[in-house]
Write a protein that binds this ligand. Structure first.
Ligand SMILES: [Zn+2]
Length: 494
């Protein structure tokens, strides 16, 4: 089950605003006090805390709904638990957690859940506040209706607990939808590869029935290769320039008598100015765009196994600070995570293949590719050029087929060492065998047709006009997979 939270702004009148603030204050007080106690005495069991504090706060805050008191104590237990756990792992230095904000939880009985869910188009909620139930209008938006439609069609359920929280001076109701992962027939096989400024994509559309192996129409047997612009590297560079300008501008304000400066990046003024840049927000928007694009239709999605910390493995051997910084800014993991998450929702399945030699081998001839003057283009010893990104996504396709084992180029294994027949049935639980066969046939057909149009693997238009920028080396190098691989390419070239 997937959970999706959708925040909807409340139509808050002056009176309601006052009530919500008063509830928030009481709720926050309870959480702060109980958390402090729980951490100090190492009592985090919610039942125990309830026994200790419930009647105290019922007396102290008679206007607060009893369920809200219960929820506040329960929330304290969770906060205390996670704080103690973090402390145990040495991640915090403070003696107590600082509770700055709370999400007020209204359980099923403290708002009009029943009535809300039985409506086809709910537009308001009723919540228990001091003085009784209040009706609150919602500022509903498209995203809410999208999930609501799923509730109506039985694809999702609305959770019973409603969260009310404040952000700056606005109040929001957060609805939790439990979405059933879709079971869908894959319509395509997609492989993708994340680079600094683009995400390279290979797509093979599956015919409606892949079982009829013999009847395939050849014109459909062509993988599409394209890339999605993300410009994470450029974004990072631009923001870095802006940050530097802010630092320069603030320097006169923070000059010390000895001519040196305090660390401007730690100042309040700097943080205030940087906050308005919305760098994170822009990045998240682009990450989502990539995830949506890749999961548009239910697909089998193939990507490289990035390992725990792809940035670190890429940074090894890269000297210049600026580039290290940019690489850190490329959200490899978050793209992968967003795709994984979206994949479940759209009925797609994600499959990881080893990154070994993905962009080192010609996907047509399986020969080792040589570097050219242009980082994006590689030379096949059989006399044609290959775009590095296309090689990478094509080779990921190959890795799903028996060819991967037979050719042995991606695994330092001889084909006879690999008992392919024995593996056929169980080697690949995610991808049905007919699809593997179809993919294999497509790749074979592509390889055969290659002699007529050899330019197909070398991009007509450079993906990135600034070819001299050398941003190419800000990519993931092949990770060591088996002994005997050749030394890592020289990532420090200027
Ligand atoms: Zn070749």
């Amino acid at each position: 089950m997937l959970r999706r939270a959708v925040a909807v702004e409340l139509e808050a009148t002056k009176e309601l605003n006052k009530l919500l603030y008063s509830v928030e204050t009481m709720y926050l007080n309870i959480v702060r006090e109980v958390v402090a106690y729980a951490v100090e005495h190492n009592v985090t069991n919610p039942t125990q805390l309830h026994r200790l504090f419930y009647s105290k706060y019922r007396q102290e805050y008679p206007s607060l709904n009893s369920q809200l008191v219960i929820q506040a104590i329960r929330q304290s237990s969770e906060i205390a638990k996670s704080f103690i756990e973090k402390k145990r792992r040495g991640l915090v230095n403070k003696p107590y957690p600082e509770v700055k904000a709370v999400s007020i939880r209204f359980v099923e009985t403290t708002w009009n859940y029943e009535q809300f869910t039985s409506s086809t188009a709910p537009v308001r909620i009723t919540i228990s506040l001091p003085g009784g139930r209040r009706e609150v209008w919602l500022r509903l938006h498209k995203r809410f209706w999208q999930y609501w439609w799923r509730v109506l069609t039985g694809e999702a359920e609305l959770a019973g607990t409603l969260i009310v929280k404040r952000r700056l001076n606005k109040w929001y109701a957060v609805f939790i939808f439990e979405v059933k992962p879709r079971e869908a027939k894959p319509q395509s096989v997609v492989s993708f590869d994340i680079n600094e400024n683009t995400v390279a994509v290979g797509r093979v559309d599956l015919p409606s029935t892949v079982d009829r192996v013999a009847g395939w129409n050849r014109r459909y047997l062509m993988p599409q290769l394209y890339s999605i612009r993300t410009d994470f590297g450029k974004l990072a560079r631009r923001y870095e320039a802006i940050r530097n300008a802010i630092t320069e501008g603030l320097k006169p304000l923070y000059a010390l008598p000895n001519g040196k400066y305090v660390n401007i990046m730690n100042t309040r003024e700097f943080r205030k100015r940087v906050k308005h840049l919305r760098e994170r927000g822009r990045k998240i928007g682009r990450v989502r765009h990539v995830a949506n694009e890749l999961t548009k239709t239910p697909s089998i999605i193939i990507t490289e196994d990035l390992g725990e910390n792809p940035q670190e493995s890429m940074i090894n051997g890269i000297g210049r600070d600026e580039l290290r910084h940019r690489l850190k800014q490329t959200p490899f993991k978050s793209i992968e995570k967003a795709v994984e998450d979206k994949a479940l929702e759209s009925g797609s399945k994600l499959f990881h293949v080893s990154a070994y030699r993905n962009s080192r081998v010609c996907p047509i001839h399986f020969a080792r590719l040589e570097e050219t003057d242009d980082w994006h283009t590689l030379q096949c010893p059989l006399g044609h050029l290959v775009d590095r990104d296309y090689a990478s996504v094509m080779n990921m396709f190959w890795k799903l087929t028996p060819e991967a084992w037979a050719k042995g180029v991606w695994w330092n294994l001889k084909s006879e060492e690999m008992n392919w027949k024995a593996r056929e049935g169980d080697s690949n639980p995610i991808i049905p065998h007919p699809i593997v066969q179809y993919l294999h046939a497509t790749l074979k057909e592509f390889t055969a047709s290659f002699e007529q149009s050899p330019a197909v693997l070398a991009r007509g238009n450079p993906m990135n006009p600034a070819r001299g920028a050398n941003e190419g080396w800000a990519r993931k190098p092949p990770t060591p997979h088996k002994a005997g691989r050749r030394p890592a390419p020289n990532y420090t070239q200027g």
